[in-house]
Design a binder for this molecule. Sequence first.
Ligand SMILES: [Zn+2]
Length: 106
Amino acid sequence: MNRFVRFLRRQLDIDLELLRQARHDEETGKATAQPNAGVLTAIRGFRECELKTRLLTIHQHCGAGSGPCDTLEDTYPREDERGCPTKAFLGLPYTDRPGYQPRWRP
Ligand SMILES: [Zn+2]
């Protein structure tokens, strides 16, 4: 697992922890936002994390010769940590997080 993929997986872990905290706050009445809006945001957030995790798993070997994008010849050069455009796109929501490298932008 290269630095870019480790970064993406860490961001998903952070998102999940923030969502768990938001759900806990909602359930214990500590949330400050509208109750239903908070639940909807958490549900959407968990689904988006699942989507990103599944895409990352499917594309984990792209650029190394054995991913679906290698079959389609839609990968970055082997020295590029992103592997394929799909993985690069998965990094877009996290461009403002510490550790994101400008060269990772799609
Ligand atoms: Zn791919």
